[in-house]
Design a protein around this ligand. Structure first.
Ligand SMILES: Cc1cc2nc3c(=O)[nH]c(=O)nc-3n(C[C@H](O)[C@H](O)[C@H](O)COP(=O)(O)O)c2cc1C
Length: 479
């Protein structure tokens, strides 16, 4: 047996040449981590926050312009917006069109060139008329929810007007259906997608039993939609932002969803409790006063579940008491006014005006966490600060993990060298002693040591890989 051969078997891998990835933490000045911008089509919002459209009349030009001034996307809700006009009950569609036009103009005037969107429910009977007004007024972006925006989309006019289109969905399946339909029928795709999970306020795109089911949590749905949309985006050479909605309450929540692949978030509940929100103070105060038990799931007269704040009006209608109303016009396609206990548009409009006796407030699952009514700028600053604190904390965590792995690698390096040394000394002895016996034993031992060394090498390389991953993660987090 040739000893030099054995030595060469052990020393094939020169550990001394391995370099650890290096981050000199002491010289790295961590910049205050800032919320990244949100790009939708040709638009860029300074911060990745969309204020969710909230009807009836909860998000009009007041709230939308304040959010856009703060760097986010302010959104006017189009459904039954004509209720702020005097003639809605005589002339629903015309009042809606007029009110939407006025509100878009006002929001743009007050929005200091920020981004203004319009939320239009596909289930509205005047959905196309509302879309036409928003296109004519060149709203920056249309959010199309409560139904699938498939047929009859005036894509050419939308593109000519430079308006971006973002459907609102509750599953990767719905996102795929819409985007594939658009690809096939319009030879283009929407510019982004909002994914609204089961914690949201208002009507929910889930069956009753899915709302509490962990399989339908937003944290689960977002990565699925991101994967689906990235694939479609790649095919169309476009980057399509996914926006997470429902239950986003803090900067830490924003950080969580951005980490899961979303490019932004949509928030409703938090923006209700702002000074600029267009609802009456009584409506906002309802959020401040709500307890966890007050936030409940209702069955809306339009046949979908919704989330709202419990009150006597809701208890009445749920126990079968009919609230008298005269349907102004069939505003929602699926509404069976003759069978309904109340008119949802009238009830929501009453609530908007602070009349909580004849109406109720839609609200997200976190509504009970709202403590006070603050200016939009203060809320946005709080979210920014919380976000940067979380990023800082997570970079601290990465730093200490990095140092820990480095220490482990130094230990492994020592162990590796020691094992080779030991093996060689031992075999030299054994070889001398058994030179004539051609000992099988030595061969077996050599194999054993080789396995041990290989596994040490594997462990070392894995550690090295982790170190590189941490280095990348750290650099992304602090970028
Ligand atoms: C009072 C209220 C009214 C809402 N109205 C609408 C609406 O008219 N159209 C819509 O697409 N979403 C509506 N939503 C949903 C929001 O746009 C948003 O996606 C949702 O509230 C996000 O969840 P969060 O409240 O937990 O932040 C409403 C939500 C609330 C709280």
């Amino acid at each position: 047996m040739d000893l030099t051969k054995i030595r060469s078997q052990f020393q094939k891998w020169d550990i001394s040449k391995i370099e650890f990835p290096k981050i000199d933490f002491s010289s790295l000045k961590l910049p205050k981590a800032k919320l990244p911008p949100l790009k939708i089509g040709n638009l860029t919002a300074k911060i990745p926050i969309v204020q969710g459209g909230m009807g009836v009349g909860i998000s009009l030009s007041g709230l939308a312009s304040a959010v856009s001034r703060a760097g986010g996307i302010g959104v006017i809700a189009a459904n039954a917006i004509g209720m702020i006009e005097p003639d809605y009950f005589k002339n629903g569609v015309e009042a809606n069109k007029r009110a939407l036009r006025k509100e878009i103009r006002k929001a743009k005037e007050k929005g200091s060139n920020g981004v203004i969107g319009v939320n239009i429910m596909v289930a509205l009977n005047d959905y196309h008329e509302m879309m036409d007004v928003a296109i004519e007024e060149k709203a920056d972006v249309l959010f199309l929810g409560a139904g699938l925006p498939l047929r009859g989309i005036p894509v050419d006019r939308i593109r000519d007007a430079g308006v971006s289109i973002v459907p609102i969905v509750s599953s990767a399946r719905a996102a795929k259906l819409i985007f594939s339909y658009w690809e096939k029928n319009y030879q283009t795709i929407p510019d982004g997608v909002v994914v609204e999970g089961p914690e949201a306020g208002g009507h929910l795109g889930f069956k009753h039993e899915q709302i509490e089911d962990p399989a339908f949590r937003l944290e689960k749905i977002i990565p699925e939609v991101v994967e689906t949309i990235n694939e479609i985006g790649k095919r169309n050479r476009r980057e399509i932002p996914v926006i997470a909605a429902g239950g986003v309450f803090t900067g830490s929540d924003i950080h969580k969803f951005l980490k899961l692949g979303a490019s932004g978030v949509q928030m409703g509940t938090r923006f209700v409790a702002t000074e600029e929100c267009d609802a009456d103070h009584g409506f906002k105060q309802n959020f401040v006063n709500a307890t966890k038990e007050d936030v409940m799931i209702i069955k809306s007269p339009v046949g979908m579940p919704g989330r709202a704040i419990r009150n006597k009006f809701l208890s009445d209608v749920h126990s079968g008491i009919k609230k008298k109303f005269k349907c102004p016009w069939q505003c929602l396609e699926s509404c069976e006014a003759d069978k309904a206990n109340y008119c949802i548009s009238i009830a929501l409009n009453n609530a908007r005006k602070g009349n909580m006796v004849n109406g109720y407030a839609f609200a997200g699952s976190n509504a009970y966490r709202v403590e006070s009514i603050v200016p939009v700028s203060e809320l946005v600053n709080e979210l920014k600060l919380d976000y940067s604190n979380v990023v800082e904390k997570s970079s601290e965590k990465i730093k200490s993990e990095f140092e820990l792995i480095k220490k482990k690698l130094v230990r492994l390096k020592g162990e590796y060298e020691y094992v080779i040394d030991q093996a060689l000394t031992q075999f030299k002895e054994d070889y001398k002693n058994s030179i004539d016996k051609k000992s099988e034993y030595i061969k077996i031992e050599i194999e054993k040591q080789k396995v041990k060394i290989a596994s040490l090498k594997e462990e070392f390389l894995e550690g090295l890989g982790n170190l590189s991953l941490l280095q990348n993660e750290f650099l992304t987090v602090t970028a």
